[in-house]
Every structure is written in C-alpha cells, then in structure tokens.
Design a protein around this ligand. Structure first.
Ligand code: HEC
Ligand SMILES: [Cu+2]
Length: 243
C-alpha cells in the first residue's frame, strides 16, 4: 500500500479520521469502558497540559464549559507560568518543576494564554458550551489515575486490551505511519526514530496529537496509562511485527 502518493489521498484521510475513530470506537472499546466514557460525559473533566521543553503540550485544547485544566511543569529545572494576559490579569507566580496550576473554565469562548517569562510560549483554550464536546470524555478517568499517581503502571493493562491497542496500532496508526511503522504520511515510529523523545513525550503526542498536522489526538481511545504503555512498546520496538 502506497501512502505517500497524491495530496488528494492525504486530504481524504485527514477527513476520514473522525469517521475511522468512530469505527474503532464501536469495534474495539469494550462495553464496560464505553459505559464509563458515556457516564463521565455528564461530569466535569480535568484535562492535563504538560509544560516541557518550553512548550505547552498540547498547546491547543478544546474543553467544555465547567471543565478544569491542570498545567504541570515537567521541566528538570526551568520555571514557567500560565498567564491569561488578555483577560487583563496580572502576571501569576512562577511554576517550578513539579508545580501545577489548575483553573476551571465556566464560560464558552477562546482564551489565549502565554508564559510570563517566555512570551513565545503560547497556548490556546477553546471552551465549548457544556454538553457539546464529546471527544474528550475519556479524560476524567485518566485524570483520576494521575491523581492517584498510577500513570505508568503498565501491568494493569490486561492482555485482551493490549491486543486491542496493538490492533489499533497496526490498522489505524499504520494507515499513516506505514504498516511496519517505517513511515508514510506520518514519520517512522521505529525505536531509532523515537530516540529523541522520552516515553512521556511519545505518550503525550499519541493522546494529544500534533495540532496543525494530520496527527490526531487518541485520548478518547487510550487512557494515559495505555498511551504510556504503547509509547514504551514503540520505543522498545516490541510491536513491529504484531498481527
Ligand atoms: C491521519 C494520519 C495519522 C494517524 C492515523 C496517526 N498519525 Fe501519528 N503522526 C502523523 C503525522 C503527520 C505526524 C507528524 C506530526 C508532526 O509534523 O509533528 C505524526 C507524529 C506521530 C508521533 C511523533 C513522532 C516524532 O518523531 O515526532 C508519534 C509518536 C505518533 N505520531 C504516533 C501515532 C500513533 C501511536 C498512532 C495511532 C494510535 C498515530 N500516530 C496515528 C499522522 C498520523
Ligand atoms: Cu516559560
């Protein structure tokens, strides 16, 4: 299968991603998880944004009114801040490594923000009216796991679920990254290609996507823990020849 051909195909693939996601959703997500996701759609959600290497990850996020965002500074020694300057607020305190800042957004709208000391570090929060944003309903589970400090406990992912994740990897990630992950529309996901990224960064890319590129966010389908597990498998190269 040749994925690197005309741009028409690329456009069609980008358009069909939403649809493909729905399909995976129906085929793969077990009923228990599905009911969890549906029920959590009614509750307010906490979304995680990581501050790392002078970036907000993801830099752009869409949430529902009533949701909370938690920004966590994941740097080794660099401080930053989260400043909604355009709301006329005064510059907030710095977040040192390990610190976090939480804020709940009650009204729909688009709110740009920046880092106080680093004006080039910018982010954007899109807030949709409550009940509109169905794509992010998997978040509260991941948020709860993070609060409990169990983010990377990969052995809690049972074997059937691992098989599902690897199936998604082959069939859905493979449609852009190539069937053997050697690269296609998206770059190679072989261990040597991912050397420059940490497991955490790969996991963040998987679940948040890369805004402005065809790389979609997989958060509705993978918990943070599952994204971490998949990131580990990719970095170790233990997934390449899975059927
Ligand atoms: C619609 C096409 C598409 C699909 C489907 C897709 N990706 Fe991507 N992915 C991309 C593109 C394009 C990039 C490069 C983004 C950029 O320019 O930074 C990317 C980047 C990445 C990166 C970062 C690689 C690097 O070297 O920076 C990872 C990791 C990744 N994808 C994993 C996945 C996984 C895992 C899946 C399936 C769960 C997946 N992708 C599905 C298109 C896709
Ligand atoms: Cu900064």
């Amino acid at each position: 299968m040749n994925l690197a051909c005309g741009s028409g195909l690329l456009a069609a693939m980008i358009k069909s991603v939403g649809f493909t996601l729905q399909m995976i959703h129906m085929k793969i997500i077990p009923p228990l998880l599905l009911s969890l996701m549906v029920s959590s759609a009614l509750a307010a959600t906490t979304h995680e944004i990581e501050i790392f290497k002078f970036k907000f990850l993801p830099a752009e996020i869409t949430i529902e009114a009533g949701d909370t965002i938690r920004w966590t500074n994941k740097e080794k020694r660099q401080y930053h801040s989260v400043w909604f300057e355009q709301l006329g607020e005064k510059e907030p305190d710095y977040l040192f490594p390990g610190d976090f800042y939480e804020r709940t957004f009650d009204e729909a709208g688009d709110l740009p923000y920046r880092c106080g000391p680093h004006p080039k570090m910018t982010g954007m929060v899109h807030i949709t009216p409550a009940g509109d944003n169905k794509a992010s309903t998997g978040d509260s589970e991941a948020g709860a796991q993070q609060q409990a400090g169990k983010v990377t406990a990969a052995d809690e992912i049972d074997e059937p679920r691992r098989a599902e994740i690897l199936y998604i990897l082959k069939h859905d990630c493979g449609s852009c990254h190539g069937m053997t992950l050697q690269g296609g529309v998206g770059p190679s996901l072989k261990p040597n290609a991912l050397d420059k990224l940490t497991v955490e960064q790969v996991a963040v890319t998987i679940n948040h996507g890369r805004p402005g590129t065809p790389m979609p966010p997989w958060k509705p389908f993978f918990s943070e823990q599952e994204a971490n597990w998949l990131a580990q498998q990719l970095k170790q190269g233990t997934v390449e020849h899975q059927e």
